[in-house]
Design a protein around this ligand. Structure first.
Ligand SMILES: [Fe+2]
Length: 247
C-alpha cells in the first residue's frame, strides 16, 4: 500500500516536504527535503528504507536536506533521466518536465497505470496560484505552456504543492473575481485546515479558484484587461503573473 507522509517546514517560505512510502516493502522516497531531522526520525521510527531523493528543482529550499539524508542513508538523488519509479500493484511515480519557474523543474505524478492519482508540483502549481518567474532561467512563457498541460489532468487528481501560499493566493484571486463564490467558500474552509496535514485540494478545485486556470472567466478577464484590452490567453497569463508579483 502506497502512502504519502507530509512534513510542513514552519519556515518563512512555508515549504512542504513529502515522503512517498510503500508500507509493504518499507521503501520510501522523499520529495524536496527542507529539514532532514524530522524525516530521519520518522524513517527510523517506522523502520523504513530511504530508497531515493527526488527534487522538483535546484532552488535551495527544495534541496536543503539532501546532503544530511544522503550521509545517513547513502541513497541517491534521482534525476529526469530516471523517468519513473516502479511501485507494486501497477503504481508508479512518473517524472514530468515542467519548466517555467525554473528550467530544470520536474513534477512527479503518482499513477496507477495510466490513471494519475496525485501530482507533486513543486513550485510550478500552487493552491490557487503558480510559481514566480523571477529566478535565473525562469520563463513565464514556458510556465504558461506547463500550466496548460497540468490543467488537462483529471479533476480528482490530488495536488501536493511545494509551499503553502494558499491564503494570499486566494486573496489575490478574490481581488480579480469578487463575485466568485467558490473563492469565498475556499477562504472560509481554510480555517478548518491544519497546514500540517496539507491543503488537500484537487485539480478540480483549482479549476474553480486558481486564476491561472481561469483565463476564460469573464470577470477575471474584465479585471485584468481594464487597462490592457484584447490580450490573448498567453499574454493574459503573463499579465496575471506580473500582477501577482507586486500584489
Ligand atoms: Fe523555487
Amino acid at each position: 500500500m502506497i502512502q504519502v507522509k507530509i512534513f510542513y517546514a514552519h519556515n518563512d517560505l512555508r515549504n512542504f516536504t513529502y515522503l512517498i512510502l510503500d508500507k509493504d516493502t518499507g521503501n520510501s522516497w522523499v520529495i524536496d527535503p527542507w529539514d532532514e531531522k524530522p524525516i530521519i526520525e520518522y524513517i527510523k521510527k517506522e523502520s523504513l528504507t530511504l530508497t531515493g531523493i527526488l527534487n522538483t528543482h535546484h532552488h535551495h529550499d527544495h534541496i536543503r536536506g539532501n546532503s544530511g539524508l544522503q550521509s545517513i542513508f547513502k541513497c541517491s538523488v534521482l534525476c529526469k533521466e530516471d523517468h519513473h519509479i516502479k511501485l507494486p500493484d501497477h503504481h508508479l511515480i512518473k517524472f514530468l518536465e515542467t519548466p517555467g519557474h525554473a528550467p530544470d523543474h520536474l513534477a512527479f505524478s503518482w499513477q496507477r497505470g495510466e490513471e494519475v492519482l496525485a501530482l507533486f508540483s513543486g513550485d510550478t502549481l500552487f493552491n490557487s496560484g503558480v510559481g514566480n518567474c523571477k529566478g535565473s532561467g525562469a520563463s513565464v512563457e514556458a510556465l504558461f505552456e506547463t500550466t496548460n498541460r497540468l490543467k488537462k489532468l483529471s479533476d480528482d487528481v490530488l495536488l501536493y504543492p511545494g509551499h503553502d501560499y494558499v491564503l494570499k493566493n486566494l486573496q489575490f484571486a478574490k481581488s480579480l473575481e469578487p463575485e466568485n463564490k467558490d473563492i469565498d467558500e475556499a477562504i472560509k474552509k481554510l480555517k478548518d485546515v491544519s497546514t500540517e496535514d496539507g491543503i488537500g485540494w484537487t485539480i478540480g478545485q483549482e479549476k474553480k479558484v486558481n486564476p491561472f486556470f481561469r483565463l476564460d472567466s469573464h470577470e477575471l478577464r474584465e479585471s485584468v484587461m481594464r487597462d490592457h484590452k484584447n490580450l490573448d490567453q498567453k499574454n493574459l497569463f503573463i499579465k496575471l503573473r506580473s500582477l501577482r508579483d507586486t500584489w
